[in-house]
Design a protein around this ligand. Structure first.
Ligand code: ADP
Length: 513
């Protein structure tokens, strides 16, 4: 076992211990004896120092031309590409997901770096005619200010990159608090930024636990914007605190995503999609397909084959190439999964596969749970309504497209949905009717690409979107600019320019052209 790596906060371009000297351990969920890293367990005073650094860096950074800001992101993309394998391996040790998925996580950060670096030469606003003569009108993007970022453990490099890169390109400065289970991947990202030539104070990292560092960041009056990804309960608290402090608040929260399988679906494809959607990342994705709504005509066949294929999935250490499902992130999350299995049984759903933690010799020392399938789940059961965030799939019957859509929509979340059908009309109908921020046809509910907007409706978010150009809306303020070169006072809505206004029958002389 390697010696744990000692990591520090990154504030004003320096690697610092917490002021209190307190530390916290990062452990491998596949082998909890293994301490991967020791991080500062920071407090309010560290947050204050980081916010001060970000505030001081802001004036220079916001005046740095965006294409110059972008050069750092181009270099970061290269550094991440060079170290992809190392970062992915460390991520699997830290977070548990299988190595291929960790590579995908790093790749997302690389893609986001290229994309947002490209935005450095766009950041488009509008030029538009003025209603007045000899007047020029345009809109420009301006940074919001100091951005506080709070990220979860399931995409420990990708999600920080989704927030940091668009914030940077728009000219903001950043203080990020990664999840306490997975600060190492975020630390690697910040190291890459530092190597890429990040000016002092533009991005600061403060490690610690949510109630301490996260809450201090949300409460700090010097922070202008909070971008949060995590649970709906914490998101609600964050949102309320931001409201009273008049901070801009961007929330990405839970999901209860549905795959609809109609009777005309390619069942082989739907089966593969359901396995990947429900059990990829051990179900620990906000877009995981935790509900599978299947048409009565193919329900039995699908269920048999779904169980048969799930039996073949191997649960284990994500570094082992034979593993399909890695561990659960921590014991609290495992206990939540176990509780939902009990709730499903009490509600009368039929447990047809799994349902247990794995403690045998092969799984000793790790936090593992079997992939689990409930069938004959009814739409109102708690296991069909509440987010579990684990490898538990609820299979629900439907008797047609309309009932599937109604079941799909009848939850408090609205993140992602998918339909398997060979009928283009029904696919488009479902696309229009599903109240979600993300929709797939003949693909599972997971697999977002970085240049499209990511986020959800209802309890999944608060109206903002991450990724793509949509992210720029979060991290910039519009400034409308009017330049009057007429040399006289012109009053919008009042000065009469041409005489073409409604009700005026005879054109007047055009003045001042
Ligand atoms: P999960 O249950 O998936 O861990 P959380 O919402 O608890 O989701 O965590 C997401 C992020 O929010 C983490 O970085 C965590 O440290 C942080 N967090 C937790 N509680 C708070 C809080 N009260 N204020 C701010 N951030 C918090």
């Amino acid at each position: 076992m390697d010696k744990p790596k000692t990591c520090r906060n990154y504030i004003r371009g320096e690697w610092l211990e917490s002021r209190s000297g307190n530390v916290m351990e990062v452990r491998n969920p596949a082998a909890t004896d293994e301490v991967l890293a020791i991080f500062p367990r920071s407090g309010e005073e560290d947050v204050a120092q980081a916010v001060e650094a970000a505030s001081e860096a802001l004036p220079h950074w916001r005046r740095t031309p965006a294409p110059k800001r972008a050069e750092i992101l181009f270099r970061v993309a290269q550094i991440l590409e060079e170290r992809k394998e190392f970062f992915a391996t460390e991520m699997t040790r830290e977070m548990g997901k299988v190595l291929k998925e960790s590579r995908g996580d790093v790749q997302e950060a690389i893609d986001m770096a290229w994309f947002m670096a490209g935005e450095g030469r766009r950041l488009y606003g509008q030029t538009t005619p003025s209603e007045l003569a000899n007047k020029f009108a345009m809109s420009l993007r301006e940074p919001v200010g100091v951005c506080g970022m709070i990220t979860p453990w399931n995409f420990p490099m990708a999600i920080p990159s989704w927030k940091i890169f668009p914030a940077m390109i728009c000219g903001n400065t950043v203080v990020i608090k990664p999840a306490e289970d997975t600060p190492l991947s975020c630390y690697h990202l910040i190291q890459a930024l530092a190597e890429a030539g990040l000016p002092r104070g533009v991005v600061n990292l403060v490690a610690g636990v949510g109630e301490e560092v996260g809450a201090a960041l949300v409460n700090h009056p010097g922070v202008h914007l909070i971008s949060f990804t995590g649970s709906t309960e914490t998101g609600r608290q964050v949102s309320m605190t931001c409201a009273s402090g008049m901070k801009r608040c961007h929330l990405e929260m839970g999901g209860k995503n549905v795959i609809i399988i109609l009777e005309d679906a390619n069942l082989d494809l739907a089966l593969q999609g359901a396995l990947w959607g429900a059990f990829g990342t051990s179900g620990q994705r906000c877009t995981a397909a935790s509900r599978i709504v299947v048409h009565n005509h193919v329900y039995e066949e699908f269920l048999d084959r779904f169980i048969g294929s799930t039996e073949k999935l191997r649960v284990g250490n994500g570094l082992d190439p034979g593993t399909h499902l890695g561990p659960i992130i921590n014991r609290a999350q495992l206990s939540k999964v176990q509780q939902y299995v009990q709730i499903g049984l009490q509600e009368g759903a039929r447990l047809v596969f799994g349902g247990h933690t794995l403690n045998g010799p092969e799984h000793a020392g790790g936090i593992f749970h079997e992939p689990t399938i409930f069938c004959e789940v009814t739409p109102q059961m708690r296991i069909a309504q509440e987010e579990i965030f684990g490898p538990v799939a609820s299979v629900i019957r439907c008797d047609g497209l309309e009932s599937a859509i109604a079941i799909g929509n009848n939850v408090s979340y609205g993140l992602s949905a998918s339909i398997y059908t060979s009928d283009i009309q029904r696919a488009f109908h479902a696309m229009r009717e599903m109240n979600t921020g993300i929709f797939y046809v003949n693909a599972p509910t997971i697999g977002a690409e970085i240049h499209l907007p990511f986020g959800g409706t209802k309890g999944s978010g608060n109206g903002h979107r991450e990724a793509g150009v949509a992210a720029l809306e979060v991290y910039s303020e519009w400034k409308a600019v009017y330049i009057d070169y007429s040399g006289r006072l012109q009053k919008a809505q009042i000065s009469d320019y041409s005489g073409f206004r409604a009700g005026v029958s005879r054109p007047r002389r055009m003045e001042n052209l």
